[in-house]
Design a protein around this ligand. Structure first.
Ligand code: ZN
Length: 146
């Protein structure tokens, strides 16, 4: 017999961690929006979005332009590109919904788990999960903030 268990967690970050989370979300959001615009331009002119590789290559250049991007976990910044579209990645089951690459689509229903998403809310949930991942693996407190 198969049993399902669920756990509910609540995290209480300290001040330092809160700042790092806010910075990380801000930077991820910045990168996300930066490539979302590019993605949309590419989609309009070529009918295709951008590859992770082509976006990823630009990150070091962006970091040179915007110093503060270096302050946060680089994996998070990478991940926000990888899921550029956190907006196209189901925050509930992780299914990647290709059609959401088109920015005009503000709401969508996950074909895998059936959950209805608002694109921005879904992207926010993905970012929150990312923040929780960082907190769980974080060394903040032992190494301090950048
Ligand atoms: Zn889903």
């Amino acid at each position: 017999m198969k049993k399902h268990k669920s756990y509910k967690f609540r995290i209480y970050p300290n001040k330092e961690q809160e700042i790092l989370i806010a910075k990380t979300i801000g930077c991820s959001r910045f990168i996300f929006n930066h490539f979302l615009v590019k993605w949309d331009e590419s989609y309009k002119t070529t009918g295709k979005g951008l590859s992770y590789g082509s976006c990823s290559k630009e990150i070091p250049m962006l970091k040179d332009t915007f110093d503060w991007l270096k302050e946060v976990d680089s994996t998070s910044v990478q991940t926000s590109v990888k899921h550029l579209a956190s907006s196209q990645l189901c925050s509930s089951c992780g299914h990647q919904h290709k059609d959401v690459k088109h920015l005009g689509l503000r709401e969508w229903t996950c074909p895998s788990c059936g959950i209805h998403h608002d694109r921005d809310v879904n992207a926010g949930l993905n970012l929150k999960q990312e923040a929780e991942r960082i907190l769980a693996s974080s060394t903040v407190g032992t190494t301090g903030l950048a």
